[in-house]
Design a protein. Structure first.
Length: 115
């Protein structure tokens, strides 16, 4: 089962913010993703599915946790605002933190193993 499938089946909630969606849109344009994820239309549809399934939050509190890449703080801010149990990411800076305020940071593989 994929993460998006479990979200569409209401087994998990996807928390997003405008800043996260903007990053997803930007990243999905990377040419090197075409080989891994698929052509542009497939990537665009994946982002649209995230938009459709996501629970939008607007973080009020700014934090400074990811010292090596402060732009990644938006994921922790959104998780805090949405009262998430975990953050699912492949980002090495986030994964290095491991946990913040009882919010675990897991790879997609680890998340699916535990789900």
């Amino acid at each position: 089962m994929s993460i998006l499938t479990s979200i569409s089946e209401k087994k998990h909630v996807l928390i997003v913010s405008p800043e996260i969606l903007e990053e997803y849109r930007r990243v999905m344009l990377y040419r090197e993703l075409a080989e891994k994820v698929g052509h542009y239309d497939e990537r665009r549809l994946a982002v649209q599915k995230i938009i459709d399934l996501g629970y939008m939050v607007y973080p009020k509190k700014k934090i400074r946790v990811v010292l090596e890449d402060p732009d990644d703080d938006k994921f922790i801010e959104s998780a805090l605002e949405g009262k998430a149990n975990c953050i699912v990411s492949q980002d090495r800076h986030l994964l290095a933190i491991g946990m913040y305020a009882k919010i675990r940071i897991l790879t997609p593989q680890k998340f699916l193993q535990e789900a």
